[in-house]
Design a protein around this ligand. Structure first.
Ligand code: NAP
Length: 283
């Protein structure tokens, strides 16, 4: 039996592929970029099979699942599906966002995840065991400016995971939603900022972010927990990240509008003020 990991060509998915193979499992890594999968296959050897799959395209998912049916026997049954493929595009406010970006995010993070899960579940239910692991995000719980469709897509992942638990009650199939916070070392921000490497680098500079290996370790641990145990949701942040007070926008007669935080911090020099100016200057 095998672990099917989507988005295996970089970041979390590549790190998970390495950890699972090192732990002795058979891994099918799916993504669009064949050359990245081939390179991973050369690195990981016979326990890894790469399969080209565009999760935003139902036909591509069906084709990849047919291909998996033709793989060596150890790979044909999927014991664990890790729905990791996903992306954010841009940080513009909703009234400036590009609709086709939103469609891509919905097709990848929502439709693709749901369709692949729908296609893989019957074999798990028939066997009376299996594991669906969905990679959500803290953005699905905590709103932030520019998070709009990405955060909403991850809120879908959280609720879909919980509803799967309800549907799968009594089948033996487990479901977890893992919600990482700020994580560097992947292509996530490079993709979000449309190839602007410098901007992506600055986001993580001196921030002590999580690393893809941290998420891979967490996911491997979840898979190895006893089969009678189900972790419904798991939120993981770097120590350097936490929560902010809610901002209040104040109009002023002299035009010097300001932001005030609910904890009383206020004015132009507050951290939020700086962040807001930075966002205004950069988008
Ligand atoms: N990094 C973070 O801070 C963070 C935090 C919370 C949650 N997450 C979530 O974690 C997951 C992995 O992100 P990451 O940080 O590892 O980013 P990443 O390095 O950009 O990896 C994303 C992966 O998804 C694949 N992918 C994108 N669109 C696809 C499609 N249509 N079909 C198939 N594969 C597709 C990419 O492969 P191809 O381009 O080769 O197809 C790539 O392997 C995502 O769901 C992301 O939303 C990330």
């Amino acid at each position: 039996m095998a672990v099917l990991i989507t988005g295996a060509s970089s970041g979390f998915g590549a790190a998970m592929s390495r950890k699972f193979v090192q732990a002795g499992f058979y891994v099918i890594g799916a993504a669009r970029r064949a050359e990245k999968l081939e390179s991973l296959s050369r690195e990981l050897g016979e326990s890894f099979q790469g399969v080209v799959m565009d999760v935003a395209d139902r036909h591509s998912i069906d084709g990849a699942l047919d291909e998996i049916d033709g793989l060596p026997e150890a790979f044909r049954e999927i014991d664990c599906l890790i729905n990791n493929a996903g992306l954010a595009l841009g940080l513009e406010p909703a009234y400036q966002a590009d609709w086709s970006d939103w469609e891509t995010v919905i097709q990848t993070n929502v439709s693709g995840l749901a369709y692949l899960t729908r296609q893989v579940l019957p074999q798990m239910v028939a066997r009376g065991e299996g594991y669906i692991m969905n990679i959500g995000s803290i953005a699905g719980t905590y709103p932030y400016p520019g998070g709009n469709i990405y955060g909403a897509s991850k809120a879908f992942v959280r609720q879909f995971s919980l509803n799967l638990r309800a549907d799968l009650h009594g089948t033996g199939v487990r479901v977890s939603n893992i919600e990482p916070g700020l994580c560097g070392g992947s292509e996530f921000s490079y993709v979000r900022f449309r190839g602007d490497e410098e901007r992506a680098r600055q986001l993580y500079e001196n921030a002590g972010p999580l690393l893809p290996e941290d998420i891979a370790d967490t996911v491997l641990w979840l898979y190895q927990t006893p089969k009678h145990m189900n972790v419904n949701s798991l939120e993981v942040m770097p120590v350097s990240q936490s929560f902010g007070a809610l901002p209040v926008y104040r109009h002023s007669a002299d035009g010097a509008d300001s932001l005030q935080l609910q904890n009383g911090d206020s004015g132009r020099d507050s951290f939020l003020g700086k962040v807001t100016r930075w966002v205004r200057n950069n988008f």
